[in-house]
Design a protein around this ligand. Structure first.
Ligand SMILES: Nc1ncnc2c1ncn2[C@@H]1O[C@H](COP(=O)(O)OP(=O)(O)OP(=O)(O)O)[C@@H](O)[C@H]1O
Ligand SMILES: [Mg+2]
Length: 906
């Protein structure tokens, strides 16, 4: 592919992050390599050390009901508290490049020219791009606009210049493009940030927006002017002051049992923000809300309140709430908004008037629903932006105080949004702002709102520059300029993690990391899943090793003997040929018919002759029966599909009132699963990348409703599982495995969350002895995963492999019941694991995890040693009293099982 000649690249892109070069090294290429391999762990605090979990005992909280004189003492105690808090409340902030490993996504396939698809269909996307490379840590080089027309595309930078072009692509590949997708196109790697309307494209606004946003942020960085009240409390005249005095009773009784009262401002705060000497009024959370709050949510609200009021870091009003998935970040924010909108500590005056919530498109309606759920429809008026409800409507009506908008819509409506005075900005799933060069970040950064909250279920981690972006977004300037931050923190920390670092460098790096963590920990809060476990029903997690079918084994052998695989193992592979081999094996594990279709398709391709795939697929079709029809696939041809089919049948039979969430990462596989549902007459609903955003919430609600006749929810985990609540389902089946444990964890936490009524059964299906086991082992074998570096934005599809690793990947273990178990160094034969009898199931049984139990309950990837503690047994085990496993055992060679919350009442 032609290299771009765009001036933005040749002359240096103003949005491009300066590249970090560790000190005392002359070869930047080498430096880059070393930097990527270093273990950059910034900070780690065990979950149970978290101050928020302990603060039930915090004197500040116990003193909520103290008479006013005592409140003064309370204020005096605050300094001590702050010191303690400063050290304890820090988020788990881990930077570990191991688990972010990924490289370039697949190049979109070039068409054979025989497809007959409409050439006139034109689509536009906003994207970020960078040159193709195998580096683990990629830096997007800027925003661009992708124009897809039939089988061709053009990529334009924001000055409208072409930076890439291509024709003759596969229409189907181009048609599939969707938000969040990363891919290789024309030799560039791109990530699709959203869809651009034809109107925005033809008017040219999609180019102008990025430009103006970029200039705002890079040339005139906004500094927090640190007046949390100026937007609403402008009462300076005597008259106003008197009015204010009349209204200085707390809105709710601070002395009522169980009341949740916010910290009173200290003298310094009053001096800064209460120039009019209004009386101090207790800010009390609405008891209607408090009634529902979990303890960690009470603490979260206190934390958010103090952050946005500028009480934690002098005059800084930003916060990052990074609680693990499902902990109710939405409710905590709703409580904050409702409180600040009605109350304030100075004369009772409300602190905010208008709030802007920016969220992924699929969650806009979820936010509306949550407001309704917790506050009803009368207390607060919410406006959600969609194609039929434009921002102008919000502007015109005084009724609405909260605007909820998707990131994509925000970019399109930026001009109108900028004209509205928002007092609070909440960015849901805000880890996407970690890249300061992209349009979304620059647009949001340009909003003058000082109180900014980022919500994210994934830890704030990975990359010190990304960390800087998030911090600088919520509290602009708090870490100084980027260059200053680099000198003070980034360089010493990275240098100290190099194997060659001197003792002195190590100490300096550690000190700086600690300093950085302490500072940022004041306004970052992360709690783990354990805090809500006790409110959740039991979770029974099963890893099910399915015996491959005869056709699968034959095809698998054939693939491993192919020229393509042999070339890979000799290190002769071209760029990404190993990925093609891996992809083919994964398809085969899902079902041989998927492989059949791919081969057929490739055979027709004009590029077949010189294609690497030829070396892989040659003679493969001969293994299939001569009249093989992929549409008429048989369940027996795939071990996993057979297990799935039996599993669905037994769930349907034994738990007719319960429902199943069925997850795959591939649309084609979902098609097969949907066909299975059809054949068996199971009602199903489906959400994948093609599902219009406007319909997603409706589909979710339909499934969660007890009146729904759908037995199965087919979910493409990569296409928007983030943030969804699928508590209508209590059985979740992961049909295939992703390299990135975060994708699987995301999917699993859709059902085991607050509101779930039934015990949750999770089934992870793996084909015994195949590449799926290897991927699973890779997920769990990283012992230092305790750092929980799980980041969904990393696709991990293209990890770098050594030849040795490839050899392991490309081996089929035909004689093992479970290679993973073989690797565990476990003495049991799989017949009857010591101390474990399935007869006890599902009665109370102490978990084998022992001291690790807490750890594994958290949403972290499991480690090998933890897996060893799980109950495990071969499919031939005689005492299976789990009726679900009993039904599938004929096709299963091995099981692992773990039960969390076994004794929780359901
Ligand atoms: N105190 C509570 N009592 C009962 N249900 C609750 C409570 N808090 C939250 N929930 C429910 O729990 C579910 C998960 O909450 P929410 O969607 O806010 O999680 P989250 O932290 O945003 O997770 P994610 O990172 O996956 O988006 C929602 O259905 C919510 O209504
Ligand atoms: Mg959420």
């Amino acid at each position: 592919m032609r290299r771009s000649a765009a001036p933005s690249q040749l002359q240096g892109n103003p949005l491009k992050k300066p590249r970090f070069i560790p000190p005392a090294r002359s070869d930047p290429g080498l430096n880059e390599e070393k930097k990527l391999n270093s273990d950059v762990k910034l900070f780690e605090v065990p979950a149970n050390k978290n101050a928020f979990l302990q603060s039930q005992n915090d004197p500040r909280i116990c003193s909520f009901n103290l008479p006013p004189e005592e409140s003064a003492r309370e204020i005096n105690r605050e300094d001590n508290y702050r010191e303690k808090y400063h050290l304890e409340a820090s988020a788990k902030t881990t930077l570990d490049p191991h688990h972010t490993a990924h490289s370039a996504p697949k190049e979109v396939m070039v068409s054979n020219g025989q497809e007959e698809e409409p050439d006139s269909l034109v689509k536009y996307f906003s994207v970020v791009w960078c040159k193709a490379s195998k580096k683990k840590h990629k830096k997007w080089e800027g925003d661009a606009v992708l124009i897809v027309k039939g089988k061709s595309f053009a990529l334009k930078d924001l000055e409208g210049k072409d930076i890439g072009r291509g024709i003759g692509y596969k229409f189907k590949e181009l048609e599939k493009i969707e938000e969040g997708q990363t891919m290789m196109i024309g030799g560039k790697e791109i990530e699709v940030m959203g869809v651009i309307s034809p109107d925005d494209f033809s008017s040219g606004r999609c180019f102008q927006l990025g430009l103006s946003g970029a200039l705002n942020s890079s040339q005139t960085p906004k500094k927090c002017t640190s007046n949390p009240f100026k937007s609403v409390c402008k009462l300076s005249s005597k008259e106003n002051r008197q009015n204010g005095f009349q209204n200085c009773k707390p809105r709710h009784d601070p002395y009522a049992p169980n009341s949740l009262v916010m910290l009173r401002p200290d003298n310094n705060h009053q001096w800064m923000f209460n120039k009019n000497h209004f009386p101090i009024v207790d800010v009390v959370i609405d008891p209607h809300l408090v009634y529902h709050l979990r303890p960690h949510q009470r603490e979260g609200i206190i934390f958010l309140y103090e952050c946005v009021m500028g009480m934690r870091v002098n005059g800084r009003c930003g916060a990052i709430l990074a609680d693990e998935m499902g902990l109710g970040k939405t409710l905590q924010c709703i409580s904050l908004i409702w409180t600040l909108q009605c109350q304030g500590p100075y004369g009772g005056k409300p602190v905010i008037k208008k709030t802007l919530i920016v969220t992924p498109g699929s969650l806009v309606n979820n936010w509306r629903k949550e407001f309704q759920k917790w506050l009803g429809s009368e207390r607060i008026k919410i406006f959600t932006v969609d194609p039929d409800h434009k921002v102008e409507e919000f502007t015109k009506s005084p009724l609405y105080s909260v605007l909820i908008i998707s990131y994509e819509m925000l970019l399109r409506s930026l001009d109108q949004i900028k004209n509205i005075k928002f007092d609070l900005l909440i960015c849901d799933e805000g880890h996407r702002l970690k890249n300061s060069a992209i349009k979304t970040t620059t647009a949001l950064f340009s909003l003058p709102c000082e109180k900014r909250i980022i919500l994210t279920g994934t830890p704030v981690q990975n990359d010190l520059q990304e960390f800087f972006s998030l911090i600088d977004f919520v509290n602009p300037g708090i870490l100084g300029s980027l260059s200053c931050y680099r000198k003070i923190y980034e360089e010493p920390i990275i240098t100290s993690r190099q194997p060659s670092a001197s003792q002195e460098e190590k100490e300096l790096g550690e000190r700086r990391a600690c300093e950085l963590t302490c500072l940022t920990g004041l306004f970052i809060l992360r709690r783990t899943q354990e805090v809500i476990n006790k409110y959740l029903p039991p979770k029974i997690e099963n890893v099910v090793f399915c015996r491959p079918g005869a056709l699968q084994i034959e095809l698998y052998r054939k693939l491993l003997n192919s020229q393509a695989v042999r070339f890979c193992l000799q290190g002769l592979m071209e760029n990404s040929s190993h990925l093609i081999c891996i992809g083919a094996l994964k398809k085969l594990c899902n079902h041989p018919c998927l492989l059949f279709s791919s081969v057929k398709e490739k055979e027709c391709s004009s590029a077949w002759d010189e294609n690497e795939e030829r070396r892989l697929y040659e003679d493969l079709l001969k293994v299939f029966p001569p009249d093989y029809n992929p549409l008429m696939f048989a369940e027996e041809e795939s071990g996993k599909l057979q297990v799935l089919s039996k599993l669905l049948a037994v769930i349907h039979e034994l738990r007719p009132a319960e429902k199943v969430v069925l997850v795959s990462n591939y649309t084609q596989t979902l098609n097969i699963l949907q066909e299975v549902c059809r054949r068996h007459g199971y009602g199903c609903t489906r959400l994948d990348g093609q599902t219009p955003i406007s319909q997603r919430q409706q589909i979710v609600d339909g499934f969660n409703s007890k009146y729904s006749s759908d037995f199965i929810f087919l979910l493409s985990s990569k296409a928007g599982g983030v943030g969804l609540n699928l508590i209508g389902g209590s059985h979740l089946i992961l049909y295939d495995i992703d390299w990135n444990p975060a994708t699987d964890i995301q999917a699993m936490s859709r059902v085991w969350r607050d509101g779930q009524k039934h015990p949750v059964h999770i089934y992870r299906l793996l084909t015994t002895g195949t590449i799926e086991e290897k991927i699973y082992q890779r997920q769990i074998s990283k012992q230092d995963l305790s750092g929980a570096v799980v980041d969904l934005t990393k696709t991990s599809d293209h990890i770098q492999f050594s030849v040795e690793e490839l050899k392991n990947l490309f081996t089929l273990h035909e004689n093992s019941h479970c290679v993973t178990h073989d690797l565990l160094d476990c003495e049991c034969t799989g017949e009857n694991h010591p101390g474990d009898s399935l007869e006890k199931f599902p009665l109370s049984r102490t978990c084998q995890l022992g001291p690790h139990q807490q750890k594994s309950n958290s949403l972290k990837p499991l480690s090998m040693s933890q897996l060893k503690q799980w109950k495990h047994f071969s499919g031939d085990h005689l005492n299976l009293s789990d009726p679900f496993l009993e039904r599938i055992r004929g096709n299963v060679s091995f099981f692992f099982q773990n039960i969390t919350n076994q004794t929780t009442a359901t």
